[in-house]
Design a binder for this molecule. Structure first.
Ligand code: HEC
Length: 156
């Protein structure tokens, strides 16, 4: 009798612990979902773009993009010899504000080797980099709203 009682107690504790473990696992999984966008980029603690959605800033960003980026990344960022920048995801750099800002300011290296994507931090102001990013985001949003978004373009 004593042994059975003891066993039941142990089982109860086991069941309780398992429930606790499963429920905390469940909350951490469902909670984690909120911190990633649809492409799996982490959004938590991302830098804030002060010009996101600001029409005047986006107009300036569009101008700067045409001056400095489109000859490699295509008109409206559809891709050329560089990958598309307005399809909503960024295969190499990642798509958080932090990823995009540092890629544009410091350039892109892959395995320690510089790519054709150079650093623009010395020739484009901090504000204008953010305006370019705001433009790229808006371009994708507009394209998506118009149903003309593309996944690959000339680049995989
Ligand atoms: C001289 C050509 C050239 C210019 C000018 C240039 N880029 Fe790039 N960029 C590239 C190339 C090439 C890559 C791809 C590098 C690789 O993966 O090897 C790239 C990659 C990128 C990426 C990462 C894309 C991804 O899918 O991960 C971003 C973001 C980017 N460029 C932004 C810009 C912006 C913004 C400008 C204008 C300020 C700019 N680039 C100007 C050639 C250029």
């Amino acid at each position: 009798m004593f042994i059975i009682k003891k066993l039941t107690n142990v089982n109860l504790i086991g069941v309780f612990m398992t429930t606790l473990l499963l429920s905390s696992l469940y909350t951490s999984i469902t909670h984690a979902k909120d911190k990633f966008d649809e492409y799996g980029d982490m959004l938590e603690n991302d830098m804030i773009n002060p010009f996101e959605g600001d029409p005047d800033a986006i107009a300036v960003g569009y101008e700067r993009f045409n001056q400095r980026c489109s000859y490699c990344h295509g008109m409206r960022g559809i891709g050329a010899k560089g990958p598309p920048l307005t399809r909503g995801y960024y295969k190499v750099s990642g798509g958080t504000n932090m990823n995009l800002y540092s890629t544009i300011a410091a350039g892109l290296t892959i395995n320690g080797k510089p790519t054709q994507m150079g650093a623009f931090g010395a020739t484009i102001s901090d504000e204008d980099i953010w305006k370019i990013i705001a433009y790229m985001r808006q371009e994708y949003k507009d394209r998506k709203a118009a149903g003309s978004e593309f996944k690959y373009g000339v680049y995989p």
